[in-house]
Design a protein around this ligand. Structure first.
Ligand SMILES: [Zn+2]
Length: 420
C-alpha cells in the first residue's frame, strides 16, 4: 500500500470536486438560488448524478430505503466491514453549494483516486449522500442518517410537510416502500467508523489561518421558548416606575444569555427570535415570547450554562415583577468524535504538512445520528468569512485540495478498531 499512496494522492482532481458541487447547485426548486429538499424531484436528479459519479469511481451504487445514495468500493476481499464516508445532499432554503455536498463529492473523489490507481484497502469503503440532514421539509432533522443508524422513529412517517404530504406518501412518491425503511439500517459490525468532511460554517479556521481542522465533538444543544408576562398599559399614562414591561425584562434576559455564554469557553447562547404583544407603538408590552438556543461541546458545560441562565432569568423576573416560564422545544446530546478518529485525522493533517488545530462543531451534522452506530470523526475545511446557510458560502480550490488530500491520507492509513 505504501507504494501506491503517493500515486493515489496524485490522482485526486480537486477541480472536479468544485465542478460537481456546481453541477449539484443547478438542481434547485428556486430561481436564482439553491433549495433542494428531501424526496423532491430535485433530489431525484441529484441522486442520479451522484450515483453516476459513484459508479465512475468504481463503486456499486444504489439508493437505500430512505432515499440516501450509497456507493460501495470493496476492499481486498469482497464483503469486508466498511469505513463509511459521506455527508448530506439536501439543503436549507437559499443555501450555499458546499454545505453537505462538499463532503459527498470529496469522498467520491477519494474513492476515484483509489480506483484509478488500483488501490484496495483491508476494509471496504462506502460513501453515503444522505437525503435529509437539514430537516427543511418535515421539520425533523437527520432523517437519512437516523435511518442508517437504525434510530429513525417510525412515527415520523405520519409527519406532514407544509403541503400536507406525509413522509410516508413522499417516500412512495419517490418510488420507495415506506414499510421497508428499517432495511436502510446498517448492522454495527458492518461499519467500522464514520468520517465526514464538511465546511466549518464558522470563522475559527479562517481566523487561525488554517485550511483544515479536526473536530472534537458535535455540540449538543437545547432550545427553549421563553414567555415573559407583565402588564400591558398605556404608553402615555403609566409612569416608568409603575410599569411591568415584559419587553424590557426580556431584553435584560437576552443580555444575561450573552453574559453567561461568554463567560465559559466554547459555550454559545442566542436569542434569535422575539415577539412583543400586543405589539403596538403606544402600548407597554404585556407579554413577550423569545427563543433561546444554547450549545456547547460537552453536555456538562451546556447544562451548567442553562442552569446559570435560568437563575438570572428568575432574578430579573423577581426584580421587575413579571412572570417568566421556559418551555423546552428541543434537545440534542453532544456527539463526541472518537479519540481514535481525532488522532487519525490529526495524523493525516500533520502528514499533509499543516498545523493541527482542534475545534468543536457548533452546527449539527449527520454524525449526531451515526454516533449511535459507529465511532465518528470529522474534518472541517475553512470557508470564507465563516459564512454558511447562505448563497455567499465559498471555499477555495487550494483548501478543497488540502481537504480531499487529508481525507485520502486518513483513509489510506485508517486502522480499526477505533478506541473512543
Ligand atoms: Zn451540513
Amino acid at each position: 500500500m505504501t507504494a501506491t499512496k503517493p500515486a493515489a494522492l496524485a490522482a485526486l482532481q480537486p477541480q472536479r470536486v468544485l465542478d460537481r458541487c456546481a453541477a449539484l447547485a443547478q438542481l434547485t426548486e428556486m430561481d436564482g438560488g439553491l433549495t433542494r429538499v428531501f424526496l423532491s424531484s430535485e433530489q431525484r436528479e441529484a441522486n442520479r448524478l451522484v450515483l453516476g459519479w459513484m459508479e465512475e469511481a468504481g463503486m456499486r451504487a444504489r439508493v437505500d430505503a430512505i432515499g440516501n445514495c450509497v456507493g460501495r468500493y470493496e476492499g481486498e476481499a469482497p464483503g469486508l466491514p466498511c469505513l463509511m464516508l459521506g455527508s448530506h445532499l439536501d439543503t436549507v432554503r437559499d443555501a450555499g453549494r458546499f454545505d453537505g455536498m462538499l463532503g459527498v463529492v470529496g469522498a467520491i473523489e477519494c474513492v476515484a483516486a483509489l480506483h484509478a490507481t488500483g488501490t484496495r484497502l483491508p476494509f471496504a469503503l462506502e460513501v453515503v449522500g444522505f437525503g435529509d440532514e437539514e430537516g427543511v421539509r418535515f421539520g425533523a432533522t437527520l432523517i437519512g442518517s437516523r435511518a442508517v443508524a437504525g434510530t429513525l422513529d417510525p412515527a415520523l412517517l405520519d409527519r406532514a410537510d407544509a403541503a400536507g404530504i406525509t413522509l410516508r406518501d413522499a417516500l412512495a412518491g419517490f418510488g420507495l416502500d415506506p414499510a421497508a425503511i428499517a432495511s436502510a439500517a446498517r448492522a454495527p459490525d458492518a461499519v467500522l467508523a464514520y468520517a465526514e468532511l464538511h465546511i466549518e460554517q464558522g470563522p475559527v479556521l479562517e481566523s487561525a489561518g488554517l485550511p483544515v481542522g479536526v473536530v472534537t465533538a458535535i455540540n449538543g444543544g437545547n432550545r427553549f421558548q421563553v414567555e415573559v408576562t407583565g402588564m400591558a398599559g398605556h404608553a402615555g399614562t403609566v409612569p416608568m416606575g409603575l410599569r411591568r414591561d415584559a419587553l424590557t425584562a426580556a431584553a435584560e434576559c437576552a443580555l444575561a444569555v450573552e453574559r453567561v455564554a461568554a463567560a465559559q469557553a466554547e459555550v454559545v447562547g442566542t436569542v434569535g427570535r422575539i415577539a412583543a404583544h400586543p405589539g403596538a407603538m403606544n402600548v407597554i408590552p404585556g407579554r413577550v415570547t423569545f427563543s433561546l438556543d444554547v450549545r456547547a461541546p460537552t453536555d456538562e458545560k451546556r447544562l451548567a450554562a442553562i442552569d446559570a441562565m435560568r437563575a438570572q432569568f428568575a432574578a430579573i423576573a423577581a426584580r421587575r415583577c413579571v412572570d417568566l416560564s421556559l418551555a423546552p422545544l428541543w434537545e440534542a446530546k453532544t456527539a463526541p468524535c472518537a479519540a481514535g478518529m481525532q488522532r487519525q485525522i490529526a495524523a493525516a493533517i500533520h502528514d499533509e504538512g499543516v498545523r493541527v488545530h482542534h475545534l468543536p462543531s457548533g452546527a449539527g451534522h449527520d454524525g449526531m445520528a451515526l454516533v449511535d452506530l459507529a465511532p465518528i470523526g470529522m474534518l472541517f475545511v475553512r470557508c470564507a468569512g465563516g459564512i454558511s446557510h447562505n448563497p455567499a458560502e465559498a471555499v477555495t480550490l487550494a483548501d478543497v485540495a488540502t481537504g480531499v488530500r487529508v481525507l485520502l491520507r486518513f483513509v489510506l492509513a485508517f486502522t480499526a478498531p477505533v478506541h473512543s
